[in-house]
Design a binder for this molecule. Structure first.
Ligand SMILES: *Cc1c(COP(=O)(O)O)cnc(C)c1O
Length: 829
């Protein structure tokens, strides 16, 4: 009633729930503040303002979402289902403002009310439902799928606690629980009618179903998955897709049984146990032990998602026989690979199909994206654990494997060692289920995430599978969304690009940036370009002053490495360079080095000792160098605490130099490399992951390449890597390592960093010392290049101009054409 009355007061009868005018937005905001938050402006907190703004946006998304659902239903289009255990979404508010095209209108509406939109935006707590690159990729893909008007659903887990918050205390990482839901989540909609049972444990038995022999799974626990939906709006289109996250709850029937036997406390305990399944996101790189819950999480969200799809298919067509024609289901790494067995189970046990037609559907449904070559990161589960938690899916895995190995035997007569290598069950180290093999056998397409990585997938970890099915293998190079990583993160750059290109069409088609090449020597552009970069560096400097205790000089070169802390990413190589420069300056105080600020950001897995020691080393080196009067600010080191999507958005626009220095062959793609380059940072990097393609695009002369190639690294490894020889041969390297061991950075404690220096000198599988000399000399060239600012700006402009390939829109187009075979279905207004 109220809104109808009010909307009549608005010019043009614009509705306060859907209108995009300044007047409609303002009225909606005030209404939401009052009716949803129960506040009026005089007493509202910043968080109340944020909630009111979020609800104002959500109404507008829902309007488009309903229309999108109608269009999709009408067009009968094929739907992409993106299964991912992680979605690292980042804050929603800014992106929704951008994608709706109402940033300026909303800002003006805020001003009318005396409110600063930027301050409201800062109130949002991001959903940290991912660890890093893999989860962020899933979020970029949701944005691009909606923007390209592809019918798609993202399926995942609504973790109550996302990735931990990080603080730095006494130089060490301290983890804090991420209670992101504590103040409510205005973006999601709970769907009480959408609930699916998921079985765990127990045993199976055969039964006769009217002459058909069938299997029944008698579980000892049934958990209910409940759906929470978040609308994901595309940029400049009306399509709003769905992110559906599952939350685990005890089933009512289960509680009820316990009540009947008088076991009230038992019922409550069961409820708590059930709910632990979606309680917490596991950090990467944690030891294997105690991961039973993780397997449960994987099966839980996969089973709910497949039941949801099958229900939709059955309700609309009356059967599930053409399931694979309606759905293309992408497995984001092996975390959802149990879907192969679960779809078979649902088709056979619940929909009463026989094996062969069920297998035809299954193997035409899934695509599998591999994300890692690191052997320690390849997922396996002990058969004992798998069978105890998922007895019926294990039987199905065995049967899939039996049929598959027969095919291998037929193709490669008498090659039993090949059969053992390819088996889904690894018999070499206890019996284990190899999830990458299950995913590969059960999928019609397998892809790596950068050209080099996809080649390595074919020639190393899945070589035998490539021999058998070469046509299954693809490459789709990762990308990132320019909406978040340019328009939202770097509005000044976005404005400059739009001005220079005469249109904002580049936001939808990043390849249009190439026309900047023609202006690469335009001195007017150079001045604007540098002003944009300097303003971003000032913002970051102020933020670091408040949150990291260091206020770097925006005129210095900002040299940034921000990503998960891991030995393969080699933050310690960066530190060795810093220590080397420090020693050079100490030995020769008049050395003419351009001032540099080294900025690090990243979380270490709570149980990864060496990664945590690297954080301590960075902070310890920072402490000494930053207060050394002899250095006088020439070198500064800062550690940005709590690297997240939100904090990353402060970092990418401010970087002059992007550190992408993993050992070649170890980083599957990287996406941080793309975000930095899109914002005008130059890269110092190895020939690894997507660095290879970035260098190809931007040109060798605009990229600081160093280090071993993947083949050289492999050869070193095969011939026996002897790092102490590198130490022996380089005076500077020796003294840098010795300085760390001397206790200078650890208040005299000579043992603190010994585990790290020992590993570097004695066995380091990531060959830091082998790449040290080349890295340091390339860094000197960076220093020289920085002095010629005209030339630097030119290189920076060319980097941005040539980044079109790395938009996630291009990645999604590749998936649609090569793998999913889906067409856009524009939503009607
Ligand atoms: C992009 C991103 C990453 C991935 O960085 P890489 O350098 O590719 O490892 C990790 N975490 C966050 C928060 C990101 O935004």
């Amino acid at each position: 009633m109220n809104t109808v009355v009010q909307s009549d007061l608005l010019s043009g009868h614009e509705h306060t729930r859907t209108g995009l005018s300044q007047a409609a937005l303002k009225q909606a905001f005030i209404d939401n503040l009052f009716y949803l938050q129960g506040r009026f402006p005089e007493v509202a907190t910043p968080h109340d303002f944020y909630m009111a703004a979020a609800y104002t946006l959500r109404d507008r998304l829902l309007d488009r979402w309903v229309k999108t659902a109608r269009s999709y239903k009408h067009s009968q289009a094929r739907t992409v289902c993106y299964l991912s255990a992680e979605f690292l979404l980042g804050p929603h508010l800014v992106n929704n403002l951008i994608n709706l095209g109402i940033m300026d209108t909303a800002r003006a509406a805020g001003e009318e009310l005396g409110l600063d939109l930027d301050a409201i935006v800062q109130e949002e707590e991001e959903p940290g439902l991912g660890n890093g690159g893999l989860g962020r990729l899933a979020a970029c893909y949701l944005d691009s799928l909606a923007t390209l008007e592809i019918p798609a659903i993202g399926y995942g887990i609504r973790y109550e606690f996302g990735i931990f918050d990080q603080t730095i205390e006494n130089g060490w990482q301290v983890e804090h629980t991420d209670a992101w839901l504590r103040n409510g989540n205005p973006w999601e909609i709970y769907r009480p009618k959408l609930r699916f049972p998921v079985k765990f444990g127990g045993h199976t038995q055969q039964y006769d179903d009217d002459g058909h022999l069938r299997i029944r799974w008698i579980p000892d626990l049934v958990i209910e998955g409940r759906a929470y939906d978040t609308p994901i709006l595309g940029y400049g289109v009306n399509n709003a897709n769905l992110l559906r996250l599952w939350s685990a709850h005890a089933t009512q029937s289960f509680n009820f049984q316990s009540f009947n036997t008088g076991d009230y406390y038992g019922a409550v305990r069961a409820k708590v146990e059930a709910e632990t399944i979606s309680k917490i996101l596991y950090p990467n790189d944690e030891p294997e032990a105690g991961k039973e819950l993780r397997l449960k999480q994987q099966y839980f969200f996969v089973s709910c998602s497949l039941q949801d799809m099958l229900r939709l298919q059955f309700n609309t067509t009356g059967s599930v026989e053409k399931f694979h024609e309606k759905y293309s289901v992408q497995l984001n790494d092996t975390h959802p690979a149990v879907a192969v067995a679960e779809l078979m189970r649902l088709l056979i046990d619940d929909y009463k199909m026989t094996w062969d037609p069920a297998w035809e559907i299954t193997r035409h449904t899934f695509g599998y994206t591999n994300h890692t070559l690191l052997p320690e990161a390849l997922e396996t589960w002990s058969v004992e654990l798998f069978g105890r938690i998922l007895p019926r899916p294990l039987e199905i895995v065995y049967e899939i494997n039996r049929c598959f190995l027969d095919e291998v035997r037929m193709r490669f007569l008498g090659d039993e060692s090949r059969v053992a290598r390819m088996s889904i069950i690894d018999e070499t180290q206890g019996r284990r289920v190899r999830m990458a093999h299950l995913a590969t056998v059960g999928s019609f397409a397998v892809n790596g995430v950068a050209a080099m990585h996809s080649e390595l997938v074919k020639s190393t970890i899945l070589k035998d599978f490539h021999d058998l099915w070469p046509e299954k293998f693809h490459n789709v190079t990762n990308g990132v969304t320019p909406r978040r990583f340019i328009v939202a993160a770097n509005p000044r750059l976005a404005t400059l690009l739009t001005e220079r290109l005469g249109s904002d069409a580049w936001v939808r088609d990043l390849s249009l940036l190439r026309s900047l090449e023609a202006h690469a020597d335009d001195t007017g552009l150079h001045a604007d370009w540098q002003a944009v970069k300097t303003a971003a560096k000032e913002d970051l400097s102020n933020w670091l002053g408040k949150h990291a205790g260091v206020t770097p000089d925006p005129a210095s070169l900002f040299d940034v490495q921000a990503k998960r802390i891991h030995e393969y990413k080699r933050q310690h190589l960066n530190v060795l360079h810093i220590v080397t420069l420090y020693q050079r300056l100490k030995a020769n105080p008049h050395l003419d080095l351009p001032p540099r600020t080294f900025i690090f950001g990243g979380k270490a897995a709570p149980g990864y000792f060496m990664a945590k020691l690297i954080i301590k080393l960075i902070n310890s080196v920072a402490e000494v160098i930053n207060r050394d009067p002899q250095i006088n600010g020439t070198l500064r080191v800062a550690f940005m605490p709590d690297f997240s999507v939100k904090n990353g958005q402060r970092l990418y626009p401010a970087a002059d130099l992007s550190e992408q220095i993993s050992l070649a062959g170890k980083e599957a793609s990287g996406t941080g490399n793309m975000k930095f380059s899109m914002n005008g940072a130059l890269t110092i990097g190895t020939l690894d992951g997507a660095n290879v393609e970035i260098r190809e695009e931007v040109g060798d002369e605009n990229f600081f390449l160093f280090g071993l190639t993947a083949e050289q690294a492999q050869r070193h490894q095969a011939q026996g890597y002897r790092p102490w020889e590198f130490r022996h041969e380089s005076e500077e390297l020796r003294s840098a390592l010795d300085l760390i061991d001397s206790g200078l950075f650890s208040h005299g404690d000579k043992e603190l960093f010994r585990p790290l220096t020992n590993s570097l000198i004695q066995y380091d599988p990531f060959m830091v010392l082998a790449d040290y000399e080349h890295y340091v000399s390339r860094q000197s060239e960076v220093g020289h290049a920085w002095r010629d600012r005209e030339h630097w700006n030119r290189m920076s402009i060319l980097n941005v101009a040539r980044m079109g390939k790395f938009s996630s829109d291009r990645s999604i187009r590749d998936y649609c054409e090569q793998i999913w075979k889906v067409q856009p279905a524009p939503a009607d207004v």
